[in-house]
Each structure stands twice: as structure tokens, then as C-alpha cells.
Design a binder for this molecule. Structure first.
Ligand SMILES: [Zn+2]
Length: 309
């Protein structure tokens, strides 16, 4: 079953290989693993930890874009999005905008011109624009952050709230005139991780017309290691459906199996891209209809991107 994945940390792996002086093998490391899971549309996330400069951001985004366009299609507009492609295609996303230290509107435009179509204002850090999940709970979106949100709305760059702290989350919801996405977050009421969403946040994303991408990263699925896997992630989807309706659920698997620093993370039946088809199976076991499953794995995100890119 065709899958659209709202978060895949491809750029981190490209950077890791470059730093180790290894030759890039985008087809071997990314096209093939995504194809094995039938993930045919994917957000290629460029991840910034909090200390990168704007030039470093531009450089990583540029490397990622170059690798994608060498091997497949880069999605830049709604017209580029297909539901008939047989090999993975990508759009560029940014995770964390720590490199923006001045002129937020102009910088956001520069990122847009580089091809970025979805972005979160912070990763977990505190920066000029906003406050991430590890920042001061009393600090939210800044004045410059508000300008960034306005610029993203104007340009058609989708706002990703996955790493925002709660204060920033609510500030963004107040300012944004467009629906927002939590590209890779689950439900806090089922797994008490800071990166997961409260029931109120889930409801607010749905009211905005947005989406929640279900995350296959074990510690966000369940606190108990033995519960981690596709069945439990399907229960997160059921919980969102009960609050907001299944039309607001998508996939944001956040696979990191190809990153050396995460190689020792706990493994479960959905922890690698090649396992992705376990998710629709588990949704079926959880009682979702065939049509709902097609929408959760692909249709909901496809429609959202058609309307918002
Ligand atoms: Zn993340």
C-alpha cells in the first residue's frame, strides 16, 4: 500500500557520509530502503541541532537537493505531486531554524527559494524565533518568530509544530492563518514523552485543518519497551481518530536506522523503512476500514499537500 511519509532524516545521513569522506550512495541507502516499504513520497528532512549557521543550513539543504534531483523528482509545487509514481519522490523540509539570526522574512524566502516546502521553527532548542521542547516552558514564539510564521503563510511553506514546546505551539496556532502539521508526533496520553501531543493540541491541529504524522520511533510509541511496535502505534491512531477524526492522521515515521548514532536504538516490528507495510496491517487489526487506512497512509497527506504547496 502506497505510503506518504512526512518525516525522514535523509540529510543527516548525507552529512554523516560526507564527514566520514565516504562516497554518497543515495540510491543504495535511501531509494531502495524506502521502496522496500512502498514509501513513494517522502519529506527529506534537513535537521539542525541548534548551533548551525545560516550558511551551514544552506549548504546541507543544497547537498540534499542535489542528491535528490540526481536520482528522482524533487517536489516543489502541488502539480509535482503524483499518486502514480513507482519510485520514491521527495520534498524538502527543515527541522529547526537556528541559523536564522536576522531578517526572518528574507531568510525564510531564501529557504523557500532553495526548495524548502515545510519547516519547524526549532528542533528542541531555544532560538531567535521560537522555543523547542527542551526550552523554558514560559517562553514561546518571539516577535521575529511571528514574522517567520507570516512569511511561511505567504509563501506556502507548511509549518511543522512537532518540536515546538507547548507555549510556542499555542502561539503558532494563534498566528498562523494556514493549517499546521505535526509531522512526527504521537499522543501523550498513551506515551508520556515531551515530543508527543496532548489531547488539546491534537484537537487544535484538527480544527486548523492540519495533520499529525504517526512516529515509529520506539520511545514515542510506548514507555515500556515490550509494547513498542506497529500495534501500539495503531492505538495512537485510534486515539487521534476518537478526538479529531481519522482524516487528520498521516505517517511521519522518523526512521533513523541508517544513522550510526541511533544504531543501538530498540528495534521493533516497525522500526525500519522496509517494515512500513506493518502499519496498514496494524491499522486493519485495530479496526480501521480499508478506505480509512488508504487515507492515513497516503490520501490525507496527499490532499493536504495538494491544497497547501
Ligand atoms: Zn524530529
Amino acid at each position: 500500500m502506497r505510503i506518504l511519509n512526512l518525516h525522514d532524516d535523509i540529510a543527516a545521513e548525507l552529512r554523516e557520509r560526507r564527514e566520514q569522506g565516504k562516497r554518497l550512495s543515495f540510491r543504495r541507502s535511501h531509494m531502495n530502503r524506502l521502496m522496500a516499504g512502498e514509501i513513494l513520497t517522502s519529506a527529506a528532512a534537513c535537521w539542525f541541532r541548534g548551533d548551525e549557521t545560516f550558511e551551514e543550513m544552506e549548504s546541507l539543504i543544497g547537498i540534499t537537493r542535489k542528491e535528490i534531483t540526481k536520482h528522482t523528482k524533487l517536489i516543489l509545487s502541488a502539480d509535482d505531486l503524483s499518486d502514480a509514481n513507482t519510485e520514491p519522490e521527495f520534498f524538502l523540509s527543515v527541522e529547526g531554524m537556528c541559523g536564522i539570526t536576522d531578517h526572518p522574512k528574507q531568510r525564510i524566502r531564501q529557504l523557500y527559494e532553495l526548495g524548502v516546502r515545510m519547516a519547524s521553527l526549532t528542533w528542541n532548542e531555544t532560538n531567535l524565533l521560537a522555543t523547542g521542547t527542551e526550552g523554558d516552558p514560559a517562553r514561546g514564539l518571539t516577535k521575529k518568530g511571528k514574522k517567520a510564521v507570516e512569511a511561511m503563510n505567504e509563501l506556502g511553506m507548511v509549518i511543522d509544530v512537532s518540536h515546538a514546546n507547548e507555549h510556542t505551539f499555542w502561539d503558532i496556532l494563534n498566528v498562523s492563518e494556514k493549517p499546521v502539521i505535526a509531522s512526527h508526533s504521537n499522543c501523550r496520553s498513551l506515551c508520556n514523552a515531551q515530543r508527543n501531543l496532548t489531547d488539546q493540541q491534537i484537537a487544535a491541529i484538527a480544527v486548523s485543518g492540519g495533520l499529525i504524522g504517526m512516529n515509529a520511533y520506539g520511545p514515542f510509541i510506548a514507555e515500556e519497551e515490550e509494547k513498542r511496535g506497529a500495534r501500539m502505534l495503531a492505538k495512537h491512531a485510534r486515539h487521534i481518530a476518537s478526538i479529531a477524526g481519522s482524516e487528520h492522521i498521516a505517517c511521519g515515521f522518523d526512521y533513523t536506522d541508517f544513522l550510526a548514532e541511533y544504531a543501538n536504538n530498540s528495534k521493533h516490528d516497525l522500526s525500519m523503512a522496509k517494515d512500513a507495510q506493518r502499519f496498514p496491517e496494524a491499522l486493519s487489526e485495530e479496526g480501521f476500514s480499508e478506505e480509512e487506512i488508504r487515507n492515513i497512509t497516503f490520501g490525507n497527506a496527499f490532499r493536504f499537500l495538494k491544497e497547501n504547496l
